[in-house]
Design a protein around this ligand. Structure first.
Ligand SMILES: Cc1ncc(COP(=O)(O)O)c(C=O)c1O
Length: 405
């Protein structure tokens, strides 16, 4: 393996890139499964997978072959023609989700834009002229104008006023606050919520997934759409295909992206029940929606998740990791939470520097979100030996950091 096809990197010149990302001083030139490699061949254990994207690991051979085959057959036509792979991918997604209709987008934010449009149009169809959507504190729904307005993080919104109107914010996990909002706002038409808040700190509701059951009940009572943002929690991450499948409920709208393409940029917004038929010809679309290549990637990713026992592995290895972290850090003031391969370790103090420490001292790739939460989003097919390796690298990093102060 080499990177002969890459243009040479000139480090002494301006990059011409807009500086929207704070980048770490490292680049990876190849990956395999749960490992990433720098140009000199140094190996890093990847417990982040591009922030919950490469659930099947890096360079999955079947996916790589599928992409190469489809790229050399047909990449894109247009949605003014039938696209058989798009239909096949939608069928697969409907099968694993229980949803009825699928629209393919190009990112998570764009999937949520679709959901927000569905909610507003649904409202207008009921005669609500100023439809509003309930969203949560600390939510993250993306960086387009509507989705950053729905996001519960002032830093994401800073400098972009006027924000898109029509969002009512409640504390995450607080059912009474939702009931209270219903009393004061007759124009609410939907709730948009993450089953587990990813960027916000791997936050789970105190009532667990029972929270989703309560939201379903309230949405039924008020004829609101229950819309779940499963961009981070979906595609096997929590040990079920979608997180709501830990319950018996089904939402009206589900958005996903990230693991859906395993690194290929594609997302989806799905509807069932009352949300079906809201978006019609001419009311939504995108040039790249469900290209032949993107759709075949989705079909193959879902097929691999099903055939390679990925969800059961994510549930088992994720539970083992969380249990080990809890028991081996029992003497420290840490809180471990999450589901499957979505694990947050809340520390008693801000710990952003642990990203660099883990990377440089242990060759371990992790993330810190919400200032003091270490976020682990490993490949869903990580095996027991690799999970053990992850712990051996991570535990000393946490212990040394907490014991140093
Ligand atoms: C829950 C959630 N929603 C939406 C998004 C936005 O997705 P994208 O970055 O693909 O636009 C993210 C990304 O982190 C996310 O975690």
């Amino acid at each position: 393996m080499n990177n002969l096809n890459l243009a040479p990197i000139k480090t002494d010149q301006p990059t011409h890139l807009m500086p929207v990302f704070s980048r770490q001083p490292i680049s990876f030139v190849r990956g395999r499964g749960s490992y990433l490699y720098t140009e000199d061949g140094t190996e890093y254990l990847d417990a982040l997978t591009g922030i919950a994207v490469c659930g099947l690991g890096h360079a999955h051979p079947v996916l790589a072959e599928t992409i190469a085959d489809q790229a050399s057959t047909l990449i894109h036509t247009s949605n003014i023609y039938e696209i058989p792979w798009q239909t096949a991918a939608a069928q697969k997604l409907a099968e694993v989700s229980g949803m009825e209709e699928v629209y393919f987008s190009n990112s998570g934010a764009e999937s949520n834009e679709g959901a927000i449009k569905i909610a507003r149009k649904f409202g207008h169809m009921q005669g609500v002229s100023t439809p509003r959507i309930i969203v949560a504190d600390q939510a993250f729904h993306g960086r387009t104008l509507a989705t950053l307005s729905a996001t519960g993080n002032k830093k994401v919104q800073e400098g972009f006023a006027p924000l898109v109107e029509g969002f009512i914010r409640v504390p995450f996990g607080d059912i009474e606050a939702i009931e209270e909002a219903a009393l004061h706002h007759p124009d609410i038409v939907a709730i948009l919520i993450e089953p587990i808040q990813g960027e916000g700190g791997v936050n789970t509701a105190s009532q667990g997934f029972g929270y989703l059951e309560d939201i379903r009940r309230i949405c039924n009572q008020h004829n609101w759409l229950m819309m779940l943002d499963e961009i981070q929690t979906g595609n096997g991450r929590t040990g079920k295909y979608f997180a709501y499948q830990h319950t018996d409920i089904i939402p009206d709208v589900v958005t996903t992206a990230k693991g859906l393409g395993n690194g290929f940029p594609i997302g989806a917004v799905m509807t069932q029940g009352r949300a079906v038929g809201v978006l019609t010809a001419g009311s939504h679309g995108s040039t790249y929606s469900g290209t032949a290549l993107g759709s075949r990637v989705v079909y193959t990713v879902i097929d691999l998740i099903q055939k390679e026992n990925i969800m059961a592995n994510a549930a088992k290895i994720g539970a083992w990791l969380a249990e080990q972290l809890r028991s081996q850090l029992a003497d420290q003031q840490v809180i471990v939470r999450g589901f499957g391969m979505m694990i947050g370790i809340e520390l008693p103090k801000d710990c952003a520097e642990l990203v660099n420490i883990a990377r440089d001292e242990q060759h371990l790739i992790i993330n810190v979100t919400s200032a003091n939460v270490i976020r682990l989003l490993p490949a869903l097919n990580m095996n027991q030996q690799q999970a053990d390796d992850l712990l051996q690298r991570l535990l000393p990093v946490i212990r040394n950091f907490l014991n140093a102060s």
